[in-house]
Design a protein around this ligand. Structure first.
Ligand SMILES: Nc1ncnc2c1ncn2[C@@H]1O[C@H](COP(=O)(O)OP(=O)(O)OP(=O)(O)O)[C@@H](O)[C@H]1O
Ligand SMILES: [Mg+2]
Length: 356
């Protein structure tokens, strides 16, 4: 059986009517007994005004005592107990303890308003502890990613002060410094972009543009890298115009291509294609690189995740997180096929294809 909020509210209304009825019957019973006693005293002790007044006072005091006791017990168990538990829990949450969880005093079907407040507090605490965990994880990851290139820079800069360095060594050290600085700068740029996208500070400015042209230019910018690794390029790009945000899309192509180049060994092959499929503009970037196993595949869109540790120095594990975020913002989807040792293919389906 499914318990909805409505059926629970109905149960609660019925329970409170029953509660009031019981309370009413108790009071009525006490009053009846009191009146009965009063009648007896009046008929037995005729003329004894003192006894009648005393009995009346006793009856009134007794009635007041019963009412006070009933109200005390009701407050004690139905109001004070849950309120003090709630106060305690909210106090702990306010002081930063998000592990607090409250135990509602009724079964789910019989929840009263206090039980629902407790459930909401539990959900809030769980949400806050998740956010806190993400925040501390994020800080730990960023610190780690900053520390590694920084220590490279410090060590190599110190080494460059040595007088006895050959020209080649000096050149090699300078190259290392440049690449460590580039890694730091890409870390900062990617974090800022991700942050802005997540906080919706970057809103897509969609307008028609030539996607095929953009892809060709992007591939061209990788020409030098492709040559240096002796990678073959297979381009099959149809002329397609889309209505989208060109500068955001560029982030996707750059990251997919940079991964394809990075994870493909010398002499491998990289494919880039753009096709029209079911109202989508479909871009596919494939490679004959190292590929990924299922475990890596399940995490590649997580921030700071790097599956292939042999290339860990060449990035921060933010590229695909950024790609995913951009696709979410623009509307579309991405799928991945990969086989260890054979290669990978990333396919992006973009909304906003424009018929010519
Ligand atoms: N084409 C690919 N072939 C094999 N593995 C890949 C490929 N693309 C991504 N991966 C895996 O996914 C992980 C995450 O990729 P992502 O682009 O987010 O990070 P990165 O390339 O390591 O660093 P960054 O992009 O920040 O420079 C990579 O570390 C790698 O293990
Ligand atoms: Mg990358």
């Amino acid at each position: 059986m499914k318990y909805t909020g409505k059926s629970r509210a109905r149960r609660r209304a019925v329970a409170s009517v029953v509660g009031y009825a019981v309370y009413f019957i108790c009071i009525a019973a006490v009053v009846t007994v009191v009146l009965f006693l009063y009648g007896r005293v009046q008929s037995d002790g005729e003329g004894n005004k003192g006894l009648i007044a005393g009995t009346m006072l006793g009856c009134i005091l007794f009635l007041a005592l019963v009412c006070t006791l009933a109200d005390f017990l009701r407050r004690k168990f139905l109001v004070e107990k849950p309120v003090s538990a709630i106060l305690n829990a909210t106090g702990r949450i306010a002081s930063g303890d998000f592990s607090v969880r409250l135990e509602p005093s009724h079964l789910y079907v019989n929840y009263n308003a206090y039980d629902e407040i407790m459930e909401n507090i539990n959900r809030m605490a769980a949400e806050l502890s998740k956010t806190e965990l993400l925040r501390t994880d994020f800080i730990a990851n960023v610190s780690h990613e900053i520390k590694t290139p920084l220590s490279v820079i410090r060590n190599y800069a110190a080494a460059m002060k040595r007088e006895d360095l050959s020209q080649e060594e000096r050149h090699e050290y300078a190259e290392t410094l440049v690449s460590a600085a580039a890694r730091l700068s890409s870390l900062v740029t990617n974090i800022l972009k991700l942050n802005k996208l997540e906080n919706q500070e970057i809103l897509p400015k969609k307008q028609p543009f030539d996607l095929s042209e953009q892809l060709r230019e992007c591939v061209l910018s990788f020409e030098e890298l492709l040559d240096s690794k002796n990678l073959n390029l297979d381009c099959d790009i149809d002329d397609i115009t889309v209505v989208s945000d060109a500068s955001l899309l560029e982030i996707i192509w750059n990251n997919l291509l940079s991964n394809a180049v990075k994870f493909t060994p010398d002499g491998g092959k990289i494919g880039v294609s753009l096709k029209r499929e079911d109202g989508y503009a479909v871009v596919r970037v494939s490679d004959t690189g190292c590929g990924m196993n299922a475990e890596t595949g399940a995490h590649i869109f997580d921030k700071f995740y790097q599956g292939d540790t042999s290339h860990a120095q060449e990035g921060n594990g933010l590229g695909l997180a950024l790609v995913k975020k951009v696709i979410d913002v623009l509307g579309g989807r991405i799928s991945v096929e990969s086989e260890v040792g054979k290669g990978s293919a990333f396919t992006v389906y973009l909304n906003g294809e424009r018929d010519e």
